[in-house]
Each structure stands twice: as structure tokens, then as C-alpha cells.
Write a protein that binds this ligand. Sequence first.
Ligand code: ADQ
Length: 465
Amino acid sequence: MSTDARLVVISNRVAVPKARGAAGAQGGLAGALHSALKSRKGLWFGWSGEESGTGRTGNIATQTNDGVTTATIDLSQSDIEEYYNGYANSTLWPLFHYRLDLAKYERETGKGYERVNERFAELVTPLLEDDDVVWVHDYHLIPLGERLKSRGCKNRIGFFLHIPWPATRLFVSLPYHERLVRTMLHYDLVGFQTQEWLDSFLHYCRTELGADVDEGTGEVTLDGRTTIARAYPIGIDWDHFSSLGQSKEAWQAEQRLNDSTRGRTAMIGVDRLDYSKGLPERLDGISRFFDQHPERTRDLVFVQIAPPSREDVDSYQQIRATLEQKAGQINGARSEVDLVPVRYVNRGYTHSELFGFFRASKIGLVTPLRDGMNLVAKEYIAAQDPEDPGVLILSRFAGAAGQMQDALLVNPHSPDDLAHAIRIALDMPLEERKERYNSLIGTVQDDNVQVWTRNFLADLDSSRD
Ligand code: ADQ
């Protein structure tokens, strides 16, 4: 098979061109995949994000733009409720982010998940050509490869999980966990963000399924079939993102933040509003910092940008209320007529604007409780001025921590640890900031999204050799 075979990406959502301004709110996946598809003439199949009227669920809408064809389907209200809000975002997402307390196990939503995976397989099969390489993404579509193969699909099919893989002891709390993982072993290649998540997956396959696991090659053999499992840390689109620094929009955003902080150090957080991102814990750390160093209230302004996501899921409504309360408490206790210490902004911005905000912020706070990778950590570093770089405070539980050991690594559950890191970052001499930046920028630049795509697809191309 030639390596320039057409690439077919299948993911829950498709970033259709008209929605590109909203790419931020769709998360890191959208941007990463668009870059991958542009370089091979690609087809991207998935849910439009729209609800279908009755009887219209089989319609496929296609359009071609920038050499990328998108094919989208609408889902019915019960599909959205059971598959998307239900099993994907109320069962798998919390469980895979180690939040057993939030994970719901409902028979009906599990059925809806299988039904929508089956529908994806049914509708995408006629669009596939013999040489296509198929790349399925994320926790919404774990069983899809097995569903495609049961329909006679002979293409090579790879799967990439963008979120963590939980430890076996947690994962076995999922009813029918075996059934789910067995479907994964129908892919030719399964990719994880980090060695840690990969190790957890291999441990599960060995101990719970009795699969034959070769740790060296990543080969997992069960029932006479072999799947390769490896780690492929995702990166940012360095060429594109770093070029945004030249834009007027980035420059204006930088000026705007600088003008408004009037000499105070800006510290920034940019996240989807999601309980995995550790936002209430972050505010607790900031509150602790102000308690311990009241004399420094005037030195620091914290800007948290957090557009709402998955608002139909209860736990997401709760996190929003919690954050508003915590931000209000800090501001109530610490504000002056000319100073509001926490600016909490509930909306998305373009990547150019984010670039400017990152550059104007001398501290970047990226403190998820658990994260597959976290692209914001990499974008923050990419936006820094090499002659006067800011300091990245990074959770040791983000996948990105593995590659970014020269950030200030923290335990996001500990307010004291966060408060301490903020103080160190505020006072860090220029020389040390440069040393850390010079070490971090290498991985941000080199381990970029193009390298990620190339590595995954090269392994997929050779997976049956
Ligand atoms: P996400 O959980 O969405 O992605 P992340 O990796 O941080 O998390 O990517 C978020 C993207 O959205 C970044 O490009 C960021 O700039 C953008 N974004 C966030 N907030 C924004 C805002 N307020 N306005 C505009 N843009 C905003 C999932 C996994 C991650 C994994 C990615 C990619 O959860 O662990 O890194 O996929 O694999």
C-alpha cells in the first residue's frame, strides 16, 4: 500500500469550515485533525453537532474545502442523550479521568452508544475505498473498528485515544469493560498520549483478558489476532501557531491585556469549563497565595478564560456554579476600587487572541487533575518572548508533564503547592526563566502535530507487514 493513500478520519464531531471560528470550544482535537487532513487529500466523517428531525438520521451532508471533504450526519435526540451526553460524557469521560464519583452507569446509555457506533459503521462503509487508511478518534467511538470489520471492511484501521487510560482497578468498575476492550483489539493500531496510559492499557489486557503482551513492540495478541499499542504524544501545529504572533489580532490582544493590568503581573489560565481541568482547585491555590502573601495582592492579576462546554450534562452545570462562587469569594475579599484580582471570562477567543494573551502573561497556569496531554501548556510556551519568557506552572497529572519537566510541576490538589509555585514564578529571575523556556521550546517545536500524524500513520501503514 502506498503511504499517500487517502486518509479517512472518523471522529465524534467534525469541524466543518463554517464552524472553524469555534474550533477552540471544540477542543484540541479539531485543530490537530484539520492539519493532518490538509496534508493528505482526506475525508472527515462524523456528527454535525445537529439534532435530526424524525426520519432524517441517514442523510449525509458533504462539502469540500481546502482539499478536505467533510461528511456529516445528524443524530436523533435520543442518540444525543444516550450516546453523547450519556455514555461518552457521563460514563467514559469521568471514569477515564479518574472521577468514579461522577461516572454514571446506565444500561440504556450503553445501548445508545453501541447503536450510534453501529450507525457510524453503516453510513461510512459505502464511502470507503479499498486503499483508504482509516483513523478513528477518541472515546466516543471505541467499538467502531470492530463494527466496520464485521461489515467486511478490509482497510487498515487505527484508533487514537485523546484522553487518559485509567488504572485497571478503576477501569474494572465499568460494567462490560471486557466487551469494550475486546472491540479495541480489532484495530490494527491503537495509540495513547503517553507511556503511562499505554502501560495501564497493557496491564489491563494482560491481567484481565489474559492477552499475550509484548511490552517491547507493543503487540497485544488475543484469540489469534494481533493489535499494536503504542504511545504518540500529540503536539501543536507549531508553524501555524507560532506565525500567529505576527498578526495584528495577537498584537492588539497583547496590548489590551498589558494596558489593563497596568504593571501588575498577569497570570493566565485557558481551559474548557470541565471538572478535569482543576479549575476550582486552581482558585483555591490562588486564594491560598493571597492569604499567605496579602502584601502581594497588588502584584498579580489572574485571568481565567473558560468557555462553557457540554452544558447538557449535570456535572458541567455544577462546575460552573462552583467557579462563579469561588471567583466571587476571592474578589469579594480582595478587591479594591482600582483592582479586581480574578477576572473570570466565560467565552472563547481566537487562537490569535489567545497568542496575545499568553504573551502578555508572565505566568501560565495549567493545572488539570488529569489530562490526556493538554495543548494549552504547549501553546503558552510557543507564545512566549524568548528574550523575556513567562513561567509555566504545570500539573504533574497532565500528559504534557512527561515532555515538559522544566515547567514548575505541581500537585493541583494541593493549594499550598500551587501557592508556593505562584510565588516562585513571580520572583523567578530572567536567567532561570530563559533556561526553562529554552528547554521547553524544543519539545513544543519538534514534537508537533505533523510529527504526531506522521508517526501514527507510518506505524499504521506498516502494521500488517
Ligand atoms: P481538550 O480537553 O479540549 O482536548 P486541550 O488539549 O487543552 O484540551 O485543548 C484545548 C484547545 O482548545 C487548545 O487548542 C486551546 O487553545 C483551545 N481552547 C481552550 N480554551 C479556549 C478558549 N477559551 N478560547 C479559545 N480556545 C480555547 C482533548 C484532551 C487533551 C488533549 C487534546 C488533544 O482532553 O488532553 O491534549 O484532546 O489530543
